[in-house]
Design a protein around this ligand. Structure first.
Ligand SMILES: [Zn+2]
Ligand SMILES: [Zn+2]
Length: 333
């Protein structure tokens, strides 16, 4: 299973400012002083080995979209944020046609559907698109965002054959050589998380979910949903303080909550997702360092805790890794 992150920013698409890019170049040139950088090869090596991610790159500003390649001929996609436009552009460049796209939607907040009108393969008559979700009236809601005065052309402009499938928690959806299950999540208007099992790999796509105090209980159902997954994509734009402070009830969770749940669910890799649109690369970099420090701390706590007590971290020292997803990240499970 190959996971391609096409959009990882939450709430609204963002772009770096001219000043931010200039600052990155200045920081890179400062770091380059005194290095032997005559050939392109030397420069490329310096950039990838010596510069940190926030100086040489950018976490990205497209809103949620994750493409999961299971080896099937059909396409498995989670959410239709602005990252879906990027995926569509790549597929058109590869001249993909006669294809079936299964797009699973977490919910209908703009940042999760705004890429759909710009998904170029939807306009090609040879393609087929199936929208999946746990909400009712998916068709009606998607048609609403593509009508005057919100958008110049309506849903019927799609040349592809489009259909809609509504599912419920407990259902097992079998598409793209995968078994997919749903989990109802706490978010304004409700959202759905998805667990994907394909061949011998498993992952959970869980965005826009606020885990409250109930998450610390021993039998918290989300733990069973994520148990043993190779990867958990987890919505955590906030610090613990923010999540229980002024951003409580905004529908999202903290990095600390992500680490705790991933540890208790014996998840191998935790990918922090749905980054705050106000966070700069410096902010995300610092947030990432704090999260990894917390993970190290919980591993230390494991040695002193009694396995099985509510909230106790994994005795196996999981998750092994916490990473901050960025637009363009590809990961093999
Ligand atoms: Zn969102
Ligand atoms: Zn939302």
């Amino acid at each position: 299973m190959k996971v391609h992150f096409k959009g990882t920013r939450g709430s609204i698409p963002t772009a770096p400012t001219a000043q931010e890019i200039e600052d990155k170049i200045i920081n890179a040139l400062m770091a380059a002083r005194g290095n032997e950088l005559r050939s392109e090869r030397q420069i490329r090596e310096f950039v990838s080995n010596k510069l940190n991610f926030r100086t040489r790159s950018h976490w990205g500003g497209n809103t949620p979209c994750v493409h999961v390649d299971t080896g099937s001929d059909d396409y498995l996609i989670f959410d239709g944020g602005s990252g879906l436009r990027v995926l569509g552009k790549e597929l058109m460049a590869q001249k993909v046609s006669n294809a079936t796209f299964h797009i699973f939607l977490s919910h209908f907040h703009y940042d999760h559907i705004q890429g759909i009108p710009f998904f170029a393969p939807a306009y090609a008559p040879s393609n087929r698109i199936v929208f999946h979700g746990g909400h009712r009236e998916i068709e009606q809601i998607l048609r609403e965002q593509m009508r005057e005065p919100y958008f110049p052309i309506n849903f019927d402009a799609f040349g592809a054959e489009v259909s809609f499938e509504e599912h419920s928690p407990g259902d097992v959806v079998e598409v793209c050589d995968s078994k997919i299950t749903l989990f109802k999540q706490n978010h304004p208007g409700i959202s759905y998380g998805y667990r994907i099992e394909s061949h011998s790999a498993s992952m959970v796509y869980s965005t826009d979910c606020e885990h409250t105090n109930a998450a610390h209980l021993r039998d918290y159902p989300f733990i069973d949903f994520i148990r043993g997954a190779n990867l958990l994509i987890f919505d955590a734009p906030y610090t613990l303080c923010e999540s229980i402070g002024n951003r409580e009830h905004w529908g999202h969770s903290s990095n600390v909550m992500g680490v705790e749940l991933a540890a208790r669910g014996d998840v191998e890799k935790l990918a922090i997702f749905h980054h705050d649109p106000n966070a700069t690369d410096e902010d995300i970099s610092e947030f990432c360092a704090h999260t990894r420090k917390f993970l190290t701390g919980t591993r230390h706590a494991v040695r002193q805790s009694i396995p099985g007590i509510p909230g106790a971290p994994s005795p196996r020292g999981l998750p092994r890794e916490v990473l901050f997803a960025y637009d363009g990240l590809t990961m093999e499970l």
